[in-house]
Design a binder for this molecule. Structure first.
Ligand code: HEC
Length: 108
């Protein structure tokens, strides 16, 4: 019985770790402080697309985070609709990369 329970516990632990919601990541606060959440929400479209939709669109693309980082840094237009996203020249490249990788973890 013991031998059977241990892998089961390990497995449920692994599932919990994989499902840590993006909301609980420290990067959520960075997104808020950087003004991203005035135009974006995790799972709903506001002015910009829901981050869950962004993650879904680029899922499986090896360079997804790098390409999103470019959009965040230099602005983006025409990918999601008629409203463009302004560039963010005052954010550090490090923060931009963190934000881009975090967006790719947002799930519905
Ligand atoms: C003034 C509103 C506004 C703000 C502030 C804003 N965004 Fe956006 N964002 C948009 C819009 C609108 C789009 C869709 C642009 C398009 O169609 O190409 C977008 C698109 C995106 C995309 C998808 C880009 C792509 O290549 O498909 C990401 C990722 C993103 N925003 C992240 C962020 C982050 C991170 C911040 C904060 C640093 C931020 N946005 C701040 C409006 C905004």
């Amino acid at each position: 019985m013991k031998n059977f329970l241990i892998p089961l516990l390990l497995l449920s632990g692994a599932c919990l770790a994989a499902e840590t919601p993006a909301e609980q990541s420290p990067v959520m606060a960075l997104a808020k402080d950087s003004g991203c959440l005035t135009c974006h929400a995790l799972t709903e479209k506001i002015v910009g697309p829901a981050y869950s939709n962004v993650a879904e669109k680029y899922k499986g693309q090896a360079d997804a985070a790098a390409s999103l980082a470019q959009s965040i840094q230099y602005g983006s237009k025409g990918k999601w609709g008629r409203i463009p996203m302004p560039p963010h020249p005052s954010l550090s490249v490090e923060d931009i990369n963190k934000l881009a990788r975090w967006v790719m973890t947002v799930q519905k």
